[in-house]
Ligand binder design. Structure first.
Ligand SMILES: CC(C)(COP(=O)(O)OP(=O)(O)OC[C@H]1O[C@@H](n2cnc3c(N)ncnc32)[C@H](O)[C@@H]1OP(=O)(O)O)[C@@H](O)C(=O)NCCC(=O)NCCS
Length: 315
C-alpha cells in the first residue's frame, strides 16, 4: 500500500482548531469540544508542549496524540507513569502507519521524561476516558495490542435515571441505625473544609484532594453546597461524595469504616441532591464490576460503556 509521508512534531497554537475538529470527528462518542479540550489539555497544570503531538502531511493535520505525565508526580510510582490521553488519525489517513508513528513519538517523549510505564488513558483527575472504549474504538484496542500493550483492567461507565430514583428499604434502616450511633450525613459546610480535604488526601490521594478543593471554591462562589456530601462521626470524617452536574463521584468511604452502609447513604444523598438540582440522569466514567454490584446497582446504575486500560512497561 502507498503510505503517505508524515512528519511528527509538537502542535502549534494556530493548529488547535483543526486538531479539535479532527478529535471530535474521530472520537464521536466522547463529546470533545473546544472547552473540554482546553480544560483538560491546555490548562492541565502538567501540560507538556512537547508531548502534544501532531502528524502532518504537508500542511494538513493527519493525526494527533497527547502524551501526559503528572509534574510533580503524585508519588514514587506515579513518577514512573506516563499516559497517552488522546490519539486520533483522520479517517482519510488511516491504515498507513500514522497511529503507530504517533504512539512511538509519544512513548519517546515519555521516556525522555523518565517514565518507564505507559498507560492508555487513565490520567486523573481530568481524563477523557479511563481507557479505550472497546465497542467504539476496536481499531485502537488492536493497535495498542499489536504494539505490545497489555490489558490491565476493564472499567465500566454507568448511568442512572434520576426521575426513576427509588431508594431500597434497607437504606432507610441503615440511615436510622447510623444516626443513632451519631453518624451525620450532610452537605458541605465551611467547618468541614479541612477535615474533608485531609480525608480526601490521606485516604485517596492528591487527585481527590484537587477535585474536592476545586468544588469547594465553586461552592464558595455560589454553587450548591450539596455538590459535596460528608459522613462524619465524633468529629471524624468517614466518607465523602461529590457531583459535578450530571457527573457523579468520586465517592469514597474510609477503609476502616467500610461495610456499615455508609457508601449507600452517601450515594443516595448525592443522587438526591442531583435530582433536586433538576438533573435527569447521573453518570460516571469509572468503576469496576465488584463496586457496581456492591454499591451502584442499588442506585439503579446500569453499564453504558466498557473500557480497557492498556499498559506497556513495568515500574
Ligand atoms: C486507532 C487509530 C488511531 C489508528 O490509526 P492508524 O493510523 O489507522 O493506525 P496504523 O495505520 O498505525 O495501524 C497499525 C495497526 O493497528 C491495527 N489497526 C488499525 N486500524 C485497525 C482497524 N480498523 N481494524 C483492525 N485493526 C486495526 C492493525 O493491526 C494495523 O496494522 P495493519 O494496517 O498493518 O493491519 C485510528 O483508527 C483512529 O483514529 N480511530 C478513532 C479514534 C480512536 O480510536 N482513538 C483512540 C481512543 S483511545
Amino acid at each position: 500500500m502507498n503510505r503517505v509521508n508524515v512528519e511528527i512534531s509538537p502542535a502549534q497554537w494556530c493548529e488547535i482548531p483543526a486538531i479539535i475538529d479532527l478529535l471530535s470527528a474521530a472520537m464521536p462518542v466522547d463529546g470533545i469540544t473546544s472547552a473540554r479540550f482546553t480544560r483538560q489539555v491546555l490548562l492541565d497544570p502538567s501540560h507538556d508542549a512537547d508531548g502534544f503531538l501532531v502528524a502532518k502531511s504537508g500542511n494538513t493535520i493527519a493525526g494527533v496524540c497527547v502524551a501526559a505525565a503528572r509534574n510533580p508526580p503524585l508519588d514514587e510510582n506515579d513518577a514512573q507513569r506516563g499516559f497517552i490521553t488522546l490519539l486520533a488519525v483522520d479517517a482519510r489517513f488511516r491504515r498507513q502507519g500514522i497511529g503507530t508513528k504517533l504512539i512511538a513519538a509519544a512513548e519517546a517523549r515519555l521516556a525522555a521524561r523518565g517514565r518507564s510505564v505507559v498507560l492508555v488513558s487513565p490520567y486523573g483527575p481530568g481524563y477523557f476516558t479511563p481507557g479505550i472504549d472497546i465497542a467504539a474504538y476496536p481499531a485502537a484496542v488492536n493497535l495498542f495490542g499489536k504494539l505490545g500493550y497489555e490489558q490491565a483492567s476493564r472499567p465500566i461507565s454507568m448511568q442512572t435515571d434520576l426521575w426513576q430514583l427509588k431508594e431500597p428499604e434497607f437504606v432507610e434502616q441503615t440511615r436510622r441505625k447510623l444516626a443513632l450511633a451519631g453518624v451525620k450525613i450532610e452537605p458541605y459546610r465551611v467547618e468541614l473544609t479541612r477535615p474533608i480535604l485531609d480525608f480526601a488526601q490521606s485516604e485517596f490521594g492528591l487527585d481527590w484532594f484537587t477535585t474536592y478543593h476545586q468544588t469547594m471554591q465553586s461552592i464558595l462562589r455560589g454553587d450548591d453546597a450539596g455538590r459535596i456530601v460528608a459522613a462524619h462521626q465524633d468529629g471524624k470524617v468517614l466518607g465523602i461524595s461529590h457531583h459535578d452536574g450530571e457527573r457523579f463521584g468520586p465517592i469514597g468511604v474510609a477503609a476502616s469504616a467500610r461495610g456499615r452502609g455508609l457508601g449507600h447513604l452517601l450515594m443516595f444523598a448525592t443522587l438526591g441532591n442531583q435530582k433536586r438540582a433538576g438533573l435527569r440522569c447521573a453518570w460516571f466514567l469509572w468503576s469496576d464490576d465488584r463496586t457496581a454490584a456492591r454499591l451502584y446497582h442499588a442506585g439503579g446504575f446500569k453499564e453504558i460503556r466498557r473500557f480497557v486500560v492498556m499498559r506497556k512497561g513495568h515500574a
